[in-house]
Design a protein around this ligand. Structure first.
Ligand code: SAM
Length: 279
């Protein structure tokens, strides 16, 4: 039954800019950014380690990582858990994951190249822990969440950004509507509010924890920072002068060259399945 607010429709409205990324398109988008993404996230190992240790995984656990990307979390999870199934629709991201996994000498990660919406639930066995971290590129959120719940034996964890600071104010700096594919309409609630409420409507009473994180991004030169931001944030070529101006204001000199201090809040939505058990 839908109440006054239809949360699943609100999700669609909130992400309609991103929907042309579905299917092939979303995979292409990540294929193009895979190398740069991998380079950036693998520099912030402490944050991934902290996220993983908050899950309380045991050596017996099997984990399903949806939208695993280049393995930022799958790699540290595989060091603890029995096995990790890393699902992603982007072959480019998974190629980086495979390299990272080989470099670490890990053999307990199974790679599945598939989009979550196209995966038939009976094609995978149940996993103790099901997780998604900034990777819910789906239009039907309810279907995606109920598939996650259905495949989880012990617990489900969803990480999403809780505030809008991901670009450190670059879009405000531009002072105009920007064509970022993942940019959301600003008068709509953040993802975690929608996810939490939709879950409640589905009879799942989840926990929400907000965690603040800080990171430093280092660049050897302004050129390198411009190139990286252009690629990661899909900045159009005509906006490059503004990007350069923005970065030269934001970057501070340090012993490694230039540094950008970034802060953001992340939401962790989770629920346990152990108490429910089969009827
Ligand atoms: C921002 S990256 C996050 C990667 C990783 N979870 C992390 O925390 O570093 C998003 C990843 O999710 C994948 N993704 C997004 N929506 C997906 C979907 N519906 N099915 C499968 N993969 C998806 C993308 O291909 C991309 O690799």
């Amino acid at each position: 039954m839908t109440g006054v607010i239809n949360w699943n429709e609100l999700w669609k409205v909130s992400h309609h800019n991103g929907f042309h990324h579905h299917g092939e398109d979303l995979a292409d988008h990540w294929d193009r950014r895979a190398r740069e993404f991998n380079r950036m996230v693998m520099r912030h190992k402490e944050r991934a380690e902290a996220q993983v240790s908050s899950l309380g995984l045991s050596h017996e656990d099997t984990v399903l990582d949806i939208g695993a990307g280049t393995g930022r979390l799958a790699i540290p999870m595989a060091r603890i858990a029995k096995s990790v199934t890393a699902l992603d629709q982007s072959g480019g991201m998974l190629a980086c994951l495979k390299e990272n996994m080989d470099r670490e000498g890990l053999s307990n990660i199974q790679i599945v190249q598939k989009s979550w919406q196209d995966l038939s639930p009976d094609s995978l066995p149940g996993h103790d822990v099901v997780l998604s971290s900034n990777s819910l590129g789906v239009s039907d959120l309810q279907e995606a969440l109920s598939k996650m719940d259905g495949l989880a034996k012990k617990a489900v964890y969803i990480f999403t950004f809780a505030d809008r600071k991901r670009d450190e104010g670059f879009h405000d700096f531009l002072g105009q509507k920007h064509h970022h594919h993942h940019h959301r309409a600003s008068n709509l609630p953040p993802d975690y509010i929608i996810i939490y409420n939709l879950l409640a409507e589905m009879g799942i009473l989840a926990d929400v924890k907000i965690v603040e994180w800080e990171a430093q991004e280092h660049y050897s030169s302004l050129e390198e920072a411009v190139a990286s931001w252009k690629e990661m944030h899909e900045i159009l070529p005509e906006k490059e002068p503004q990007l350069r101006e923005f970065l030269s204001q934001k970057l501070e000199k340090d012993d490694q060259g230039l540094c950008m201090h970034r802060r953001s809040k992340q939401a962790r939505i989770s629920w346990q399945k152990s108490l429910e058990g089969p009827a």
